[in-house]
Write a protein that binds this ligand. Structure first.
Ligand code: AP5
Ligand code: MG
Ligand code: ZN
Length: 214
C-alpha cells in the first residue's frame, strides 16, 4: 500500500509532482483543492459553501474536507495506494486521517514535505496557468506552454485560478503558516516524514521523489 501525503505551502508544486507520481506508480492523485473547485463548478450546495472560504484564501471547514477524503479513499482505484495533495491541512484533519486509514485498513507510507522559499511562492502562483480540459499546470515563465494560452496536451484554453490574486495568495500563505505548518511536527515523530528541496528543475525534483518512493 503506497499511501503518500504531499505537504507544502501554496505553490510548492504539490499538484505538479503529484501528477508525475500518479503517472509512474499508477495510483490516484487526491487533491482536495481540485475536488472543491469541481464542486464549485458543478454548483452543488457543498461547492457553494466552499467557494466563500476559497475566494478569501481561508480553509474550508474540517468536517467537509474530511468527509470528501473518506469517501474518495473507498473508491476501488485507491486499493494499491493514493497521493493526498493538500490534505491534511490542519491537526484535526491529520487526526481524522489517522482514524480513517485505520478503519479502512490503509496505510500512509511516507509524508513528503516540499520546501520552497517564501519569496518564490508568490511568483510561482501569480504566473500559474491551469488547463480546464485536462488539469495540466503551466507557468508563464518557469514552465510555459508551447503556444501561449493553450494546453500542450489537449489544446484547451488555459485559465488563471480565482484564488491566485496577490492579496488572496498572501492570506493563503498566512493560513499555511498558522494551520498547516504545525503538521510537520505532528508527523516528525512518526518517522515517515521526508524533506524535499523543491526549487529548481521540475524533473530533477521528481527524480529525488521517485528515489524516495522506490
Ligand atoms: P489547493 O488547491 O490545495 O491550493 P494550495 O495548497 O494553495 O496549493 P496550490 O495548488 O496553489 O499549489 P501546489 O503546491 O499544488 O503547486 P503547483 O504544482 O500548482 O487549495 C485551494 C483552496 O481549497 C484552499 O485555499 C482552501 O480554501 C481549500 N482547501 C483545499 N484543501 C483543503 C483542506 N484540506 N482543508 C481546508 N480547505 C482546503 O505549482 C504552482 C506553480 O508553480 C505552477 O505554475 C507550476 O507550474 C509552478 N512550478 C511547480 N514546480 C516548480 C518549480 N520547481 N520551479 C518553478 N515553478 C514551478
Ligand atoms: Mg495544487
Ligand atoms: Zn489540457
Amino acid at each position: 500500500m503506497l499511501g503518500i501525503i504531499l505537504l507544502g505551502p501554496p505553490g510548492a508544486g504539490k499538484g505538479t509532482q503529484a501528477k508525475k507520481i500518479a503517472a509512474q506508480f499508477s495510483i490516484p492523485q487526491i487533491s482536495t483543492g481540485d475536488m472543491l473547485r469541481e464542486a464549485v463548478k458543478q454548483g452543488t450546495e457543498m461547492g457553494r459553501q466552499a467557494k466563500s472560504f476559497m475566494d478569501q484564501g481561508g480553509l474550508v471547514p474540517d468536517e467537509v474536507v474530511i468527509g470528501i477524503v473518506k469517501d474518495r479513499l473507498q473508491a476501488p482505484d485507491c486499493a494499491k495506494g493514493f497521493i493526498l495533495d493538500g490534505f491534511p491541512r490542519t491537526i484535526p484533519q491529520a487526526e481524522a486521517l489517522d482514524r480513517v486509514t485505520k478503519e479502512l485498513n490503509k496505510e500512509i507510507r511516507v509524508v513528503l514535505s516540499l520546501e520552497v522559499d517564501e519569496k518564490e511562492l508568490m511568483e510561482r502562483l501569480c504566473g500559474r496557468r491551469t488547463c480546464t480540459g485536462c488539469g495540466a499546470m503551466y507557468h508563464v515563465k518557469f514552465n510555459p506552454p508551447k503556444a501561449a494560452g493553450k494546453c500542450d496536451k489537449c489544446g484547451t484554453a488555459l485559465i488563471q485560478r480565482d484564488d491566485d490574486k496577490e492579496e488572496t495568495i498572501r492570506t493563503r500563505l498566512v493560513n499555511y503558516k498558522k494551520m498547516t505548518e504545525p503538521l510537520l511536527r505532528y508527523y516528525q515523530g512518526s518517522g515517515k516524514i521526508r524533506s524535499v528541496r523543491a526549487t529548481g528543475d521540475i524533473d530533477a525534483i521528481y527524480a529525488g521523489i521517485a528515489k524516495i518512493l522506490q
